[in-house]
Design a protein around this ligand. Sequence first.
Ligand SMILES: [Zn+2]
Length: 481
Amino acid sequence: MNKHAAAGLAAALLCALLPQASLPAPTDFAAATRSLAHDIFKQLIEINTTDSVGSTTVAAQAMAQRLLDAGFGKSDVVVLGPNDRKGNMVARYRGKAGSTLKPILIIAHLDVVEARREDWTTDPFQFVEKDGYYYGRGTQDMKDSDAIAVADFIRMRKEGFVPDRDIILALTADEEGGKFNGVDWLLKNHRDLIDAAYALNPDSGTVRTDRPPAVEFEAAEKLYADYQVLATSPGGHSSLPTPDNAIYHVADALAVLQKSPFPFELNAVTREYFKQMATIETGQVAADMRAILNTPPDPAAIARLSRDPAWNSTMRTTCVATMFSAGHALNALPQRADANVNCRIFPGTSQEQIRLELVKLFNDPKLSVRTRNSAGEVAAEGTDRKAMAPAPLSDDVMHALRSVSAKLWPGAPVIPIMEVGASDSVYTSNAGIPSYGICGVAIDRDDERAHGKDERVAIDSYYKGLEFYYLFLKALTTAAG
Ligand SMILES: [Zn+2]
């Protein structure tokens, strides 16, 4: 279904819900929603929400005000957080009175990664429209989805739509870093405000339109972990080298790491992913995808697919050197070398288990391998924490997702993925709230600019994503589905 047809359907739905007289004409309504979504998106991009100097509180308050202005009750919209700069907004869209169904929760982070003006073509904190794209920090990750959720809440409310259960929207702090992760904080301090049957997190999942089109949603994700690989040596004058050199110890270990991929693994989600991808890929790639699902899997097929970084990371734990610092003078033997190894751990294995694997792999008693947290603090041992448990592919969610996707992207398969990065879903999932990464904003595979420079989203994709969440939330919360 194209956008105009989708707008027509929306108009049909709302006609069934409200007396005709209170409605603007459908085209006006679509235009008004589009204009509202534009203004909210612009407002969010232009509020700096970086950890260094920004404030998620300012953004949270602005979104709360939007909802209050649209008629949401004061007690249903709150801004709260651990300090002045790390506020979160929680809004409750009331469902049918007396509903026994547990609410649906949407989590979406307000904070963005740092962006320097001199690195960008445009000002990252100005909302710029250019060549069919919206530019600005957060246009992909993830102020697009924050704005879409708020605009759709307002649109549904203006139509008088009453869902069959409450829908909760939590816009949160510190997903990208910082010490006050909003989802974690809300779960620990205000669980009642956000408790739900399941969570939707538009931070992951996407629609691919460049290659064989596909609607990808996250049902599993890897665990993020950093390790410090450290060596110390006596040092001395560089004219008198000795074999015990901290830099060589660490460099040798990193060279071993580079040549030692972790073993191939599959789980229910990645198995389904490759099974479905094999039907839309062609030739050798499709054959390889089928071959890795065999028992035993074909090693040559694994090797070929591993050349694609995304598929490689979907098939195994990955660890890679990301930082290195060593030495103290040009003409002195080093006394210390310190590398950071960043790992993305396959579900089922803990941070500590991978630390022990690295110790075994390096096999050098001169090295210490310790874990490092996001604040840079090192600890001798890792935790037993594992990645989020893969979410069940429940009928309710799958049915709504498939039917809405079929309307907006006819013929595109709906494919579960394991996110190779990490999101706040780990908190909701570990708190017993199954979590799905679902986002209707299409991004080309080669135009991933999240965290990078000149971040942008195609204007058409943004408005289609707006339509997607509107239809999806309605499908999830309407008895007829
Ligand atoms: Zn994000």
